[in-house]
Design a binder for this molecule. Structure first.
Ligand code: PHB
Length: 390
């Protein structure tokens, strides 16, 4: 959309006669999070909202003389709604920063609004490589699928897994996972015998899993978005795939900490690659997990929660660095290059790409204190998004 058309659309949508892009009143700093609080991706919204509230409870709601106001809007992971909410938050609520974005299509829908209004946009969940290129105002605190998938493409063939079927949700992150896993697997002497894609909405895994059984690979590599892992695990086990000698591997989205403990002992031994496990062994993480569980009736934080928690940190620190007086461009500049210890381990916002550089861990589902966890047993340090090199 041309800038002028977009601006007039925004102005028309606004009830305010004032300049569409003037920011919040001087004494407040508004953060507008757009999250899937309902629908198929609701667990992502619930985790990120809880993490944002925890961050504020721990770090105060006054920063650099400004009162922080957190506004959370539900887009149900529907891109048209995301776009409308981004416009409303910026034009009507005059937020200083937008954040959240549970799925890739939602992040891509909001990106042009961030660009037009020069509003920093902190992507806390969505993980397709391309997202950070959709707007120069995007900073990402989640991860990228190529980061995680490449690590599994290295690990699998070195551990006796040569013949693999891939099964991914048929949209951005799934296609990234499929592509980058396959490339690295082949490089390491393995092969993908079949690449299956399942619809994102209401997927039925059964016919796909039957096909996998017939193909008898060493392993099935899976990417499904956070919240869908338990369904895959259930059907994988019901069909006796594990008993047929087919291993389940994937990016850590499939053994998501939000659902893992309810997946049952059939999940034991599943190996995945990811940037966060609730059992990550560091003092910072132990403190984070204990505080998160205490504030949320025992709910365990997953990788989405960490993306939200670190996203809030990036916003708070940018506000401090700009002494509460920054424009959108100043805040964005102060977000770039931030380096800190996250509950996930060391992390860094690459100033050039505005994307996250972080460790990727290889983990195995184990029982610890009677509960299922992704136990990290190997670390790839400071992994940049491999998608950016293409
Ligand atoms: C995405 O849509 O980018 C996405 C959603 C959930 C995940 C990973 C990626 O677990």
């Amino acid at each position: 959309m041309k800038k002028r058309v977009l601006l007039s659309a925004i102005a028309a949508a606004s009830l305010l006669a004032a300049s569409p892009f003037s920011f919040a009143a001087d004494d407040t700093f508004k953060i507008g999070l757009i999250l899937p609080m309902t629908g198929q991706q609701a667990s992502t919204g619930k985790q990120i909202a809880a993490a944002a509230h925890l961050y504020m409870a721990q770090n105060g709601s006054t920063v650099a003389g400004k009162k922080i106001e957190l506004i959370i809007k539900d887009d149900a992971a529907t891109p048209d709604v995301t776009k409308r909410l981004a416009q409303e938050l910026i034009v009507n609520d005059k937020v200083n920063v937008i954040g959240g974005f549970g799925v890739t299509p939602a992040a891509l829908a909001a990106a042009p609004i961030a660009t037009q209004s020069k509003t920093p946009m902190v992507v806390m969940a969505a993980a397709t490589s391309i997202i950070t290129q959709a707007s120069p105002y995007i900073v990402r605190t989640s991860f990228t699928l190529p980061q995680a998938a490449v690590a599994m493409g290295d690990w699998a063939p070195k551990n006796g897994i040569k013949k693999v079927v891939t099964l991914v949700s048929d949209y951005g992150p799934g296609i990234d996972a499929e592509k980058f896993f396959k490339e690295r697997l082949i490089f390491n002497g393995g092969q993908v015998v079949e690449a299956l894609r399942v619809p994102l909405r209401s997927p039925d895994f059964a016919p796909f899993l039957q096909k996998v059984r017939d193909l008898k690979p060493d392993a099935l590599f899976v990417f499904v978005p956070s919240g869908a892992g338990a369904a895959v695990m259930k059907q994988f086990l019901e069909r006796g795939m594990d008993k047929a000698g087919i291993k389940l591997i994937g990016t850590g989205d499939v053994t998501d900490d939000d659902q893992l403990n309810d997946m049952g002992d059939g999940a034991l031994g599943v190996v995945t690659s990811h940037h966060y496990s609730a059992s990550h062994n560091s003092a910072t993480n132990k403190k984070f997990v204990a505080a998160f569980e205490a504030a949320n009736k025992g709910m365990r934080p997953n990788f989405m929660a960490v993306g939200g928690y670190d996203g809030m940190r990036v916003i708070y620190e940018a506000l401090k660095a700009t002494k509460g007086k920054g424009t959108g461009d100043d805040l964005l500049a102060a977000m770039k290059g931030q380096i800190f210890e996250s509950p996930r381990g060391p992390m860094f916002i690459d100033a050039q790409t505005r994307d996250v550089v972080q460790n990727i861990y290889i983990r195995k589902v184990e029982k610890v204190g009677g509960k299922l966890y992704n136990t990290e047993f190997d670390t790839l340090k400071d992994v940049k998004d491999p998608g950016k090199a293409k």
